[in-house]
Design a protein around this ligand. Sequence first.
Ligand code: 2AM
Length: 510
Amino acid sequence: MPQQAIADVGLIGLAVMGENLALNIADHGYKVAVYNRTTEVMKKFIARENPPGGLVGCESLKEFVAAIKKPRKIIILVKAGAAVDAVVKQLIETGIDKDDIVVDCGNSLWTDTIRREKEYADKCRFFGSGVSGGELGARFGPSMMPGGHPDSWQHLKPIWEAVAAKVDAATGKPLEDYAPGKPVIGGVPCTAYIGPNGAGHYVKMVHNGIEYIDMQLICEAYFLMSHLLRMPANEIGEVFTQWNTGELDSYLIQITADILKQPDPKHEGKFFVDYVLDTAGQKGTGKWTSTSALDLGIPANAIAEAVFARCLSALKEERVVASKQLKGPRVVAYRGKKDDLIAAIRDALYCSKICAYAQGFQLMREAQKEYNWKLHFAEIASIWRGGCIIRARFLQKITDAYTRNPDLVNLMLDPYFNEQIQQAQENWRKVVVVAAEKGAAAPAFMSALAYYDGYRSARLPANLLQAQRDYFGAHTYERTDAPRGKFFHLDWPEKNRPQIDIIPGSGGGH
Ligand code: 2AM
């Protein structure tokens, strides 16, 4: 049992992310006090993993609090939701100080972080930090998105910068030389102060929303190659390996190539992926991103489509029944040149990915207005270059785009990305046409294209929509021949009006 404050930092919650982050921090020369509600878990961890003196195992919160140097820096890595509040309250009851910094590193809802910072303000300095990179990221370098009071950040910064993933300063490529006890030296850390209160958790949530659509797009590319070209998994894996040498170079493409080439452990000569049931789970961050987009009125339709694609996949039994009753085109196989379609699918994936990121960044732009943050988009893109699940060569290009123009309204309007879409859009359209013609579901490719075409339309059919709203609900409309902000209502012919009571201005809520 530690007798005095010897630890530089404390960490509560020794599930795999917590354990790995503690080891990562210890690798950088910090002494970490660790505590877990179930003491046995902590004891096993210490017995298995105590790097030379780096961890201080604590059996009680009292011991834990006493072991940490003041002002204490306490990281919480427990399940998002009620457990975070439970732990903070226990720490307060145990006796932490008002200027101790309590950092929630879980996937918390940003509004909870805003609420917690206020709620615990007279008891401690509550801080929220997104952490991305899965188990391996936590162990050897995640991307970290800290949000809270800037004074608290000054205390955390050296630790965050030490443990975060590193990228090469010149190329932006991740420096991934993983070895326990031998942290990567040099490079630019994948962490930067995001903003006050819930900003870090918000940006982490959008990161996850983008991750949803990134994964869905890859899955659609695989699906089209598999269904239209009848390619076996390993051959598709080779295509992904090839794609990973160009603009699409990314962690998700790389692991997809590995997964597709993986033999099945139970069936000789068969591929693992063919035995995985096609129903996707989700933990909610994609839904949160989409809900936030709906709340803020931002058309993040491709991100939402990725969430719905998971929902649709989960209706496995219904789909099996429907597959026998709802008929599609008779001929499914593609009759054109295989290599041409593969190249077109690559372009569809690339263009859709640009749209997906455009939506994610547009959403953050709107959120910063709502919550009074000043987000630094080049920096956000730059800290996603390494450590996190969406790390990709592409993120250097986004960093460059927002460095060129920090006020860029939409990523697609950046000259580089505009040019990229121009070069690839014919193929993108071809893939959407082929998928529709052959009856192969490619919702994210299609939805991203609809976003692109909608965004570049100076005139959309909302003129008719607004006229409809005025007709049945007296919702008023603006005119093309009058200044913006001036609203009109037409006295529609009485005989055509529905027989309902209309309260002007409130309408039927449609
Ligand atoms: P446990 O080992 O005692 O279950 C992920 O669930 C991590 O969060 C685990 O370390 C778990 O501890 C911890 N955890 C979950 N709910 C908690 C709570 N209400 N209080 C403290 N720790 C909790």
